[in-house]
Design a protein around this ligand. Structure first.
Ligand code: FAD
Length: 488
């Protein structure tokens, strides 16, 4: 259980037949289709588990067909056929999404962008990179490195996630502080609509004030209005001096103070400011078998990254002198590993109910303390001395995130999934977020997990406009159904 999971398949969607598979076979060669034995192919359904199961391992669909187009024309023919036959589809990138959006709920056809992975062009004057949507983020960054450039986003899943997936989830990540949102750095998109229309909006211009900015609708649309097949994005100059430092902090107030100090001392070279609490640290140390950065376990940790062009100048900050400053590339990686390997540690230690919240920075960690207190007073977490009690159902309540962006990943870690316990706290968290004018999904999207909670962040009028946009693009509702919108 995590969020609303529909129990009934929409009967308006066609059940696939061998004849449909035959039609797909007219568009794609056999070696770019996975088809189950039931539909005349050679795959055991278990062979398709990797495509049917999400990264967390909670959501599992039953797609019997996975298609691998290599260009927008093939995507167009597939969608046109599916739309005319009312066959529901799920676009899939690297399948690293964390809200259950990238896998089918029932038997939707998976359209994987995996084989659309070519760089199309790079304008070295402007830094405009144009590429297929299925390019892996890290591969693009390595490509740009050869040209002295870098991607304007970075995240823990960079080795698997696709740029098309990043665009479709409006991914944030650890460089958001420096380079801002994809709504700013994406210059253009190529997308295929459900009726097969190929929308070429692959501009490489930085400035363009000619009417509605259609590409913005696809950023964060989670595959609900079309399939992104090409992306034009503004790469940034690759910093020649990058460094990281970890500091321990005794209170959240100290974390805030450090953030203010970092902004004033480091100014434009500050590229990331991440934080986590001692509970998150304990989980990552135990699971990844890392040795702690300091002898003492601090209540909070801060990771500061700088990206500049003058090593000597960049290392002069007083901030770095109070913590551990990476001395070389391998130590730089090690410091980042504390933070980047945190999600794996949390998901592997128990059943994690996670929130991805946007909150004013001053209040960011308050909700963690509040939840801890509430769950302890209800006899679900911590003993009377405030220590972990292994006999209780909750193992950890922790928070980490991108403090510079006001983004907290709050996790309630249980020994086992317990619907009753989740129900007892989740709406209180959402009410609290609403009272702060925060967002219930800062960077992961809505998917299945947050669809029913959309009203905590968006007014009825906004939700109504969203529904009208969906209907305009996808009147048959075949694109990534059962997700994104509150169930009706
Ligand atoms: P998928 O998971 O395959 O798909 C995500 C959604 O986009 C689905 O709705 C899918 O249908 C749709 N989609 C995918 N490709 C297309 C396309 N070409 N056209 C239309 N729709 C498409 N996220 C952050 O924002 N910040 C982080 O710091 C961060 N860290 C992470 C760390 C780890 C270890 C992991 C596992 C995940 C992390 N994520 C983070 C979440 C995830 O990596 C991002 O959401 C990422 O952008 C998803 O990309 P993907 O290619 O894997 O997309």
């Amino acid at each position: 259980f995590a969020g609303y999971t529909p129990r009934t398949r929409n009967p308006n969607f066609k059940q696939l037949t061998a004849a449909d598979v035959g039609k797909f076979g007219e568009i794609l060669p056999k070696n770019r289709m996975l088809v189950s034995k039931e539909l005349g192919g050679s795959e055991d359904t278990s062979d398709m588990d990797g495509y049917n199961t999400d990264w967390i391992g909670i959501y599992k669909g039953k797609a019997q067909v996975v298609l691998f187009p290599i260009n927008a024309q093939e995507v167009s023919q597939i969608l046109k056929y599916c739309n005319s036959e009312k066959i529901a589809v799920v676009p899939q990138g690297g399948n690293t999404g964390l809200v259950g959006a990238s896998v089918p709920v029932f038997d939707e056809v998976i359209i994987s962008l995996q084989k659309m992975n070519k760089v199309r062009s790079l304008d070295q004057d402007s830094g405009a990179l144009v590429c297929d949507a299925g390019c892996v983020l890290e591969v693009l960054d390595n490509y740009l490195a050869d040209h002295g450039l870098t991607m304007p986003l970075d995240l823990g899943a960079k080795g698997s996630c696709h740029i098309g997936g990043n665009v479709s989830t409006n991914a944030g990540g650890i460089r958001y502080l420096k380079y801002g949102s994809l709504h700013g750095s994406v210059l253009g998109l190529e997308a295929v609509l459900p009726d097969g229309t190929i929308v070429n909006n692959l501009s490489t211009l930085r400035k363009d004030s000619t009417g509605y900015d259609i590409k913005q609708l696809f950023i964060g649309a989670e595959g609900t209005i079309g399939i992104v097949t090409g992306v034009s994005i503004l790469a940034a100059r690759r910093p020649s001096s990058v460094n990281a430092s970890i500091l321990g902090a005794n209170s959240y107030e100290d974390v805030r103070h450090l953030f203010k100090q970092a902004k004033s001392e480091l100014s434009e070279i500050l590229s990331a400011f991440e934080f986590w609490d001692s509970e998150s640290m304990t989980l990552t140390l135990n699971y990844n078998k890392f040795s702690p950065p300091f002898e003492t376990l601090y209540p909070f940790y801060v990771l500061i990254e700088t990206s500049g062009s003058n090593t000597e100048h960049d290392e002069k900050s007083n901030l770095a002198q109070n913590g551990i400053l990476a001395q070389d590339k391998s130590q730089f990686r090690k410091l980042w590993d504390y933070r980047e390997k945190m999600p794996q540690a949390i998901f592997a230690t128990g059943y994690a109910y996670k929130f991805d919240l946007s909150i004013p920075i001053s209040k960011l960690h308050d909700i963690v303390g509040y939840l801890k207190q509430k769950l302890t007073s209800e006899g679900l977490f911590l003993d009377k001395d405030g220590k972990i009690d292994p006999s209780l159902p909750i193992i950890s309540v922790n928070g980490f995130g991108h403090i510079g962006d006001g983004n907290l990943h709050l996790n309630v870690l249980m020994k086992n999934e317990d619907e009753k316990i989740i129900e007892s706290f989740k709406y209180q968290v959402y009410d609290w977020i609403k009272s702060m004018n925060g967002s219930i999904s800062a960077e992961h999207g809505l998917g299945i997990i947050e669809a029913e909670n959309l009203h905590y962040s968006k007014t009825p009028e906004v939700i109504d406009i969203m529904k009208k946009i969906k209907h305009l693009f996808d009147p048959n509702g075949i694109m990534n159904p059962y997700k994104f919108f509150p169930p009706t």
